[in-house]
Design a protein. Structure first.
Ligand code: IPD
Ligand code: CA
Length: 304
């Protein structure tokens, strides 16, 4: 069962009062099907949208929170596709999505689908093969099931609460995910990311300069959802970032936890503006990393 610490809120152990194992399995199958369908659409649309003239590229990309925070026409299409599929297959459920909005609601028994239609939109625009579709089923602020599909790599990561985490490659082979057994902070490969606002980035830059001498190295992949899956798959030892939105971690956080990671998460529904810290760490270095973050001031939020 995933371990917890005092700041962790989403990956408590499986609780039949919240969902039975059969229900978790059903939600996981649905999350996988939704994320795969949207990923197929994103994969097909990229050459149509970006392999053409620069004028078409300009039309396909708009800005959101800052001029460097993009949304493409394909982000919007991917989320609309997932919403349409859900409204047919699960009309009683609601959706919180990066592009279309929504809330987690107040009903603890309601299922809310938390959707990032393309995580790693900047990579998607530039053709860097690290972008994903992320779909999670949450209830009462807790992820019950989730899927993250690495669009370019054709890998489906998924997990169910209390049911473990797996990755299925383009060849159809499925493997069980486990974090690394790293035990020292000096040997920790640490993934991170930066927000879109200049002030937060300046602070994040100062903090990563403080962290860097203590770890093996850092990686900035450009998709928080994939970073969390990489923690699960043992391809990095830990991930941290300030100011993620719930849709960035709702599926990937569960996948990491079910692969053995320790998580630090803000309450579900917390928005990027408040700048709270998310951490997923292999169990052998989690305490050391959290202590280091406490000492260096990384544990404090970086509000906008
Ligand atoms: C972003 C990515 C990135 C992270 C940013 C996120 P988006 O999501 O996950 O790695 O550093 O904070 O906003 O904008 O590509 O969906
Ligand atoms: Ca995102």
């Amino acid at each position: 069962m995933p371990e917890t610490n005092s700041r962790m809120t989403v990956t408590a152990s499986a609780d039949p009062a919240v969902a039975t194992p059969a229900e978790v399995a059903d939600l996981r199958r649905a999350a996988v099907a939704l994320a795969r369908t949207a990923a197929d659409h994103v994969r097909a649309r990229r050459p149509e949208v970006f392999a053409t003239a620069t004028g078409a590229q300009r039309d396909a990309v708009q800005s959101k929170s800052t001029p460097t925070d993009p949304v493409t026409i394909v982000d919007t299409e991917s989320e609309e596709l997932i919403r349409a599929l859900l409204s047919r297959s699960r009309p009683a459920d609601s959706v919180l999505g990066e592009e279309g909005g929504g809330t987690l609601g107040a009903d603890p028994d309601a299922t809310v689908w938390v959707v990032d239609p393309i995580d790693g939109t900047v990579n998607f625009m530039y053709g860097i093969p690290a972008y994903a579709v992320s779909v999670a089923a949450m209830r009462d602020g807790r992820s019950l099931a989730g899927a993250v599909v690495d669009v370019a790599g054709g890998v489906t990561y998924s997990a169910g609460l209390g049911a473990g985490a797996t990755a299925t490659g383009p060849d159809g082979v499925t493997v069980t995910l486990r974090c690394t057994d790293v035990r020292s902070i000096e040997m920790t490969l640490l993934a991170t990311g930066f927000g879109y606002g200049a002030a937060r980035r300046a602070r994040q830059g100062r903090l990563i300069a403080e962290v860097l001498p203590h770890v093996r190295d850092i990686r900035r992949i450009g998709s928080a959802a994939l970073d969390l899956c990489m923690v699960a798959a043992g391809r990095v030892d830990a991930h941290y970032e300030h100011g993620l939105n719930t849709w960035d971690w709702a599926a990937g956080g569960l996948i990491a936890a079910e692969a053995g990671a320790r998580l630090v998460l803000p309450p579900a529904g917390t928005v990027a503006r408040t700048g709270e810290l998310v951490v997923a760490a292999a169990p052998g270095i989690a305490d050391q990393l959290i202590d280091l973050f406490d000492r260096l001031g990384v544990s404090d939020p970086i509000p906008d």
